[in-house]
Design a protein around this ligand. Structure first.
Ligand SMILES: NC(=O)c1ccc[n+]([C@@H]2O[C@H](COP(=O)([O-])OP(=O)(O)OC[C@H]3O[C@@H](n4cnc5c(N)ncnc54)[C@H](O)[C@@H]3O)[C@@H](O)[C@H]2O)c1
Length: 714
């Protein structure tokens, strides 16, 4: 058992020279029964935009406060202790930028132990302890509350979460042990593993109460008074605390391991096995079934220290920073003041992509959206989809009946291009054929005003060539969404040679209004995401074309960390689309990109995998394997390691060229595109830190993309 009192934590303050200290202010409150409750308020003295955080100095002060209260409890001066936060905020957890500066695993371990040391004092204060979760509580903020005997929560709490797994670490200040023992294993898995991986989903006050994280819930109007009265009831015995989700014997003996097993399978199929933190969290949750809190906390210390010092946490911090900062202020964005107002949107094509972004435009811009296609039947199909989605949003309570009526009234479908006359933003998503797109724009230009902006959703054609028949090519910009549009946060904004500043600015401002992150790219084949994926998929197809088995190829890139295997990705984007993308890249860069006859064969055949009734992969389709397998004697199979190395080196070369050619402004933009447009996991930190870490950058161009290389410490 760790005796935290013997550990010297004094070195840790150095890590937080500029820590904004969250102070612990204490005041005594007389409860209705006459008992005295010492209320600690955590407050960093800043406004609500700077939540309380928990750096080493803060924790040490909180610890000293609890020491003083322990003495007062022993002297009989107080009957209870409670902790709450400044208005609407309990605490947002550790200051992660500082955690990233931890120099060694030994220091990381001390940081983990400091949390346990301090929060342990709450448990041992000698009188009943309460946490009043009066608002935002994230990570360590939740663990402050879990350390108390009882909790209440404000129903207006906007977000409560243990997001650590998302950032490559685990809830290591008590969360991984205490939460499952409070709310049961299935609920704890949701909070600690599933939600972080679902785009970092958080709980509202009511959700947290329903899961059993809090024992009582009160509205914001009299939250503190109500919590104090309730606490008084607990002290006097008038209130009996019930914990229906607390795990019983049967749950521990039967359900626990089963739930962990199911979660593990879910993880393996969704994110592969490369990301360490979700699996470390699973191991801790599994072990939390039995043993003392002290044993659980010691395991948390070890796991947290190892992860904090490792590559993946540093990579996550880098990725988090990109998404928080660089994505919000895109490199090379022109003056916003140049942007033209968008008061009516025209959409050409009512297919898969067009109908999805028609919905997005109407919801986010709240302006009339007119959609067209080759004939009325196709228009109607697109409209049916959009209206169906609006109905679903309404039935789920995501929009009000008024909003639903408004959106339906704003959407209009037609085959008459004259209805585009007053549109000031027109975007096309017709077939991916140059001639078709050129003709579509030449035709629409006859209808729209002089100043209307035109946008193309092409995935890989040249925007310059698409605009070749335009009288005003300066008004055309690439605006490349990713499927599914509602989920994928990226838009590649393609700045073609003729595109003028006002058009580019309109595109950037429009992307922001759509709540998408825009990255500006040059007008080069595949822009960023498809060029990288074409490289990966081309190498993968080349491996099987030359005789590597499907099994070997399909697993070879696992360490690279993409959320799915190359073959799964090909089926997801569609085999025909995939073949087309490879052809386009081969045509542009014949010396570096493979095309694949076999992929066309697979596209004709229609599938690679066998699947069960629920769509789950059960194996490779025999016919697909036969199509690709070369005749005996011609086969020259590769090993998994050879394929991985080819892909890594090929990507290092490609990214290096992209930067030389100014396809984007910096390596960070390529990383951002992969994270936001291809689901590349945070734990990998984007593509370029990965290529540096595995040595591909050095091998290929004798340098690294990042100086210093983003990696962990010993
Ligand atoms: N599917 C994806 O994942 C994806 C992702 C990003 C970009 N894109 C790009 O979006 C575009 C559309 O792709 P999609 O998957 O939505 O295809 P789709 O086949 O589902 O839709 C294309 C629609 O355009 C219509 N159309 C064709 N010619 C037209 C014309 N002259 N006037 C009006 N309508 C016309 C077709 O009838 C069809 O309904 C392509 O350029 C594609 O590369 C697709």
């Amino acid at each position: 058992m760790t005796d935290y009192s013997t550990i010297d934590f004094s070195g840790l303050e150095a890590l937080s020279a500029d820590e904004v200290v969250t102070h612990s202010y204490v005041r005594d409150i007389r409860l209705p029964s006459g008992k005295t409750l010492a209320l600690i308020t955590l407050d960093n003295g800043r406004d609500h935009t700077r939540p309380n955080t928990l750096g080493p100095v803060t924790l040490m002060e909180y610890g000293k406060t609890l020491d003083a209260l322990t003495e007062r409890a022993a002297a009989g001066e107080i009957d209870a202790v409670a902790v709450t936060g400044k208005p609407y905020i309990l605490a947002a957890g550790a200051d992660l930028s500082k955690v990233g500066e931890i120099p060694s695993q030994a220091v990381a371990k001390k940081m983990a132990q400091l949390g346990h040391f301090v929060f342990g004092k709450m448990k041992n204060v000698g009188v009943p302890s309460f946490a009043f979760v009066n608002g935002l509580a994230l990570g360590g903020g939740v663990e402050v509350a879990l350390a108390a005997d009882y909790r209440t929560i404000d129903s207006s709490t906007p977000a409560l979460a243990l997001p650590e797994v998302f950032l490559g670490i685990i809830p290591g200040w008590g969360g991984a042990y205490l939460l499952p023992n409070l709310i049961g294993i299935e609920n704890a898995l949701k909070v600690i593993v599933e939600n972080p991986l679902k785009n970092n989903r958080t709980l509202k006050g009511q959700d947290a109460f329903d899961l059993g994280i809090a024992d009582a819930i009160f509205g914001p109007a009299n939250y503190l008074e109500d919590s104090l009265t309730w606490a008084d009831g607990v002290l006097t015995g008038a209130v009996k605390v019930k914990r229906p989700n607390e795990p019983g014997k049967i749950e521990r003996m039967v359900k626990w391991d089963v739930a962990i097993g199911i979660a593990r399978k879910m993880l393996e199929s969704r994110i592969g096995t490369v990301a360490k933190s979700p699996y470390a969290a699973l191991d801790l949750l599994k072990a939390a079934k039995s043993g003392t809190p002290e044993e659980g906390f010691a395991r948390e210390d070890d796991a947290l220290a190892e992860l904090i010092a490792g590559d993946q946490f540093r990579a996550s911090i880098y990725a988090f920073d990109l998404v928080q900062k660089r994505a919000k202020r895109p490199a090379g964005a022109p003056d916003k003041a140049l942007a033209k107002p968008v008061t009516k949107v025209g959409i050409i094509g009512a297919g898969l992509m067009a109908s999805q972004f028609a919905l997005l435009f109407v919801r986010r811009l709240q302006v009339p959206v007119v959609i067209t296609d080759l004939d009325q039947a196709r228009v109607d199909k697109g409209l049916d989809y959009i209206r169906g989605e609006i109905a679903t949003l309404l039935s789920k309570g995501r929009i009000s009946p008024d909003e639903s009526n408004r959106l339906n009234a704003l959407i209009h479908g037609t085959t008459d291009k004259a209805e585009f006359n007053d549109a000031d933003w027109v975007i096309e998503a017709v077939f991916e054929e140059l001639g078709v797109k050129q003709d579509v724009f030449a035709e629409i230009e006859k209808h729209v005003s002089e100043t209307a902006v035109l946008a193309t959703n092409t995935s890989s054609l040249s925007v310059e060539q698409i605009g070749a028949k335009l009288a005003h090519p300066e008004r055309l910009v690439g605006f490349h969404f990713f499927n599914p549009v509602a989920v994928m946060p990226l838009v590649e904004v393609v700045n073609a040679p003729a595109t003028d500043e006002a058009t580019l600015s309109t595109a950037m401002v429009t992307a922001a209004k759509l709540k998408k992150n825009a990255v500006i790219t040059r007008d080069t084949p595949g822009f960023v995401v498809n060029r990288i994926l074409a490289k990966v998929l081309g190498e993968a197809m080349h491996a099987v074309d030359t005789g590597t088995s499907f099994e070997v190829m399909n697993r070879a890139l696992d360490p690279f960390g993409l959320p799915m295997t190359p073959f799964e990705l090909l089926e997801l984007v569609g085999l025909k689309v995939g073949a087309h993308v490879l052809d386009t890249h081969h045509a542009a860069f014949p010396d570096r990109f493979f095309e694949s006859e076999n992929l066309h064969g697979l596209a004709e055949h229609g599938k690679i995998f066998d699947r069960d009734g629920k769509g789950k992969i059960t194996g490779f389709d025999k016919k697909a394997v036969a199509i690709v397998t070369p005749p005996k004697g011609e086969a020259n199979p590769m090993t998994e390691a050879e394929i991985l190395r080819r892909v890594e080196d090929g990507l290092a070369d490609e990214v290096h060229r992209m930067l030389d050619d100014d396809v984007v402004h910096a390596a960070e933009d390529i990383d951002l595109c992969l994270i936001l447009g291809a689901g590349y996991p945070f734990q990998m930190g984007g593509l370029t830190p990965y290529l540096d870490r595995v040595g591909a950058s050095e091998r290929v161009f004798g340098d690294t993309f990042h100086h210093p290389v983003i990696r962990g410490v010993e």
